[in-house]
Ligand binder design. Structure first.
Ligand SMILES: NC(=O)c1ccc[n+]([C@@H]2O[C@H](COP(=O)([O-])OP(=O)(O)OC[C@H]3O[C@@H](n4cnc5c(N)ncnc54)[C@H](O)[C@@H]3O)[C@@H](O)[C@H]2O)c1
Length: 381
């Protein structure tokens, strides 16, 4: 394992956090500028930090992207980007199979790292990477950004302050349709570039991270079944859908459907928490309200910082009636991560998801695959 980085480039570190990088001068670089790399770029720019460089799948593509995105430097490779002396924070937004090596290289080079999910494509490597991150003292974050929806934060507060009562049932789904036809393809479909799990690692992990964070429960054991469509040309394909039953460490039971083959569903992350007193339901595609159900009147609580809990109000950057969404979650996540890089105390929940959290989701994913393979219940370590 790499040594602890107590000093680098003459900068002092307190509690592992760089103390000499002033706010707006943080220098970031983004490895991979496809769909999500551009979302990271937008979020970074909203914090006031600079994007000093990008990398892509080839030097020519990096040059094209840098020109198109108004970024000064095009790195010839992602390895060069994550080790550059001119960079404080690296954002790794490549296909899944490149995450682990780039994140390890970046941490060893003393960088703070934001690495996309899934952190790695196997649990053993995820554990090693989380240990390396802890040892490095650098900020190491993973964008399970749905934690940053104000109404998801509101749900968490209502569980924590007892208004929901004991959590009994957790259920929901995360549904998409963009891989529903045999000819639909993407690097994610390939077991090397995407990893052995596709639908669950790609989107099921988001649901599990969010619901665990909102409730404070942990998925302790699970059983799962998966569906894989025949693919055009007979090319092997990773799982398209997973249905899972689970029990939590605090006695709740749950059911989750994850699918990338549900026609009409674009990015439908929905969960319900049934407590002893109220039920709470959140829909990522309609994130301005939280359903609060009871034996009396039901309510659709609207996002309005004037009436929400402080944790949710903090994330409401515009007044009620001015819809917020996914890009705002991302910006809030990056704002908190960069604040941590600058050594600032957290402004409030949510705590941003770390490599430890992401390694846990890789373990849940491995348990799902193992259970689907032998049709048994599996404990999540
Ligand atoms: N947190 C989220 O909400 C969220 C959402 C979407 C995607 N993701 C994750 O982000 C990652 C990228 O997904 P995407 O949807 O942006 O995919 P994408 O295909 O749109 O973009 C990936 C880009 O990386 C480039 N690339 C390939 N190899 C590279 C390398 N070695 N160095 C630099 N660039 C390289 C590709 O050419 C492509 O432009 C995946 O790991 C995915 O799971 C996370």
């Amino acid at each position: 394992m790499a040594s602890v980085f107590s000093k680098r480039n003459g900068r002092a570190f307190v509690g592992g956090i760089a103390t000499s990088v002033p706010g707006s001068s943080l220098r970031t670089a983004i490895a991979g500028v496809g769909m999500i790399g551009r979302v990271h770029m937008d979020a970074v720019r909203r914090t006031g930090a600079q994007v000093v460089g990008v990398s892509a799948s080839s030097p020519a593509r990096a040059k094209e992207a840098a020109a198109a995105l108004g970024v000064e430097r095009a790195f010839d490779s992602s390895q060069e980007l994550v080790t550059s002396d001119d960079v404080d924070v690296v954002h790794i937004c490549t296909p899944n199979d490149a995450h682990a090596a780039l994140a390890a290289l970046a941490l060893r080079a003393g960088k703070h790292v934001v690495c996309e999910k899934p952190l790695t494509t196997d649990a053993a490597t995820a554990g090693e990477l989380a240990a390396l991150a802890a040892e490095s003292g650098r900020v190491a974050a993973v964008p399970f950004v749905y934690r940053y929806h104000p109404m998801a934060a509101e749900a968490r507060e209502r569980v924590r302050d007892g208004r929901t009562g004991d959590v009994r049932l957790l259920h929901g789904h995360y549904l998409q349709d963009w891989l529903s036809q045999p000819a639909d393809t993407n690097w994610r479909v390939d077991a090397i570039a995407g990893g052995p799990s596709r639908a669950f690692a790609d989107i099921g992990s988001h649901w599990c991270d969010l619901v665990e964070w909102v409730t404070g429960h942990r998925i302790a054991e699970l059983t799962a079944t998966s569906r894989t469509l025949p693919r055009a040309g007979g090319t092997p394909r990773t799982e398209d859908a997973v249905q899972m039953l689970f029990r939590t460490d605090r006695g709740a039971t749950g059911a989750l459907t994850v699918s990338q083959i549900s026609p009409g569903r674009k990015n439908r992350l929905w969960f319900e928490i049934d407590g002893a007193t109220t039920s709470l339901a959140f829909d990522q595609e309609n994130p301005e309200t939280l359903f609060v159900g009871s034996r009396g009147e039901n309510a659709a609580v609207q996002r309005d910082p004037a009436v929400l809990s402080p944790a949710a109000a903090r994330l409401s950057v515009v007044p009620g009636g001015h819809p917020m969404g996914y890009l705002d979650c991302f910006a809030a996540f990056v704002r908190d991560v960069h604040a941590a890089v600058r050594g600032e105390a957290p402004a409030g929940p949510p705590a941003f998801p770390t490599f430890d959290d992401a390694a846990r989701m890789v373990r849940v994913t491995e348990a799902v695959l193992a259970s689907a393979a032998d049709r048994s219940w599996k404990e999540v370590s």
